[in-house]
Write a protein that binds this ligand. Sequence first.
Ligand code: MG
Length: 258
Amino acid sequence: MVTRKSRAEIEKMRRAGRVVAEVLALVEDALRPGITTAQLDALAERHIRAAGAVPSFKGYLGGGRYGAGPGAFPASICVSIDDEVVHGIPGERVIREGQIVSVDAGAIVEGWHGDAARTFVVGDAAPEARRLVETTRLAMMAGIAAAVSGHWIADIGAAVEEVARAGGYGIVRQFVGHGIGTSMHEEPQVPNYRSASRGLRLAPGICLAIEPMLTLGREEVYIKADGWTVATRDGSLAAHFEHTIAVTDNGPEILTLA
Ligand code: MG
């Protein structure tokens, strides 16, 4: 079921979104060669809890197109490096110069969720890596711009696909964006590609996480042995950007801003 959120509920989601944006800014500041992904996770969790919020990823049991590992996700952020697309588990892995690092964060404030992700370039990365990252961000922004009342879910995927294809990139199809509210993952699914059906008609109060995952090579992915981490089958680089947005009378509003 798709629920339309009231103005007051959207304001609560904006508060959760602000915490998520702050986490991503903190991680960006801390991200440098030599730091471990577990250290980034510790920073993130500390900030979320200090803000009076709850990390929504920690203990997440997963399911279907949103990742389903063995048991609960053990951390507050996902950190996915280079060929990893999403759902990387923080640990003792050390960040190195030239990597691209995708960080996904989620927080709950008074029962309402915010969910956002960015891919960071560590130091001096190859130009094709930088281009992939920037195009993925632009694809997300195109998807957001299409999230207008009266449009359809399929318009978002079409807008994302247009930017991705123009760049010559693969689009991960196995994982999709989603509705969001009192649960992290609600109806509807939000594919990052043109679909045969136009899906739900967008109306004010519908809140969505729009999150393209693009690859430098082919679009096929697999799950690594840890049961969570999604990586490209051909080993090519992948990038991921995500914002939580609300469809309003005045167009799409991004809720995951600092
Ligand atoms: Mg999401």
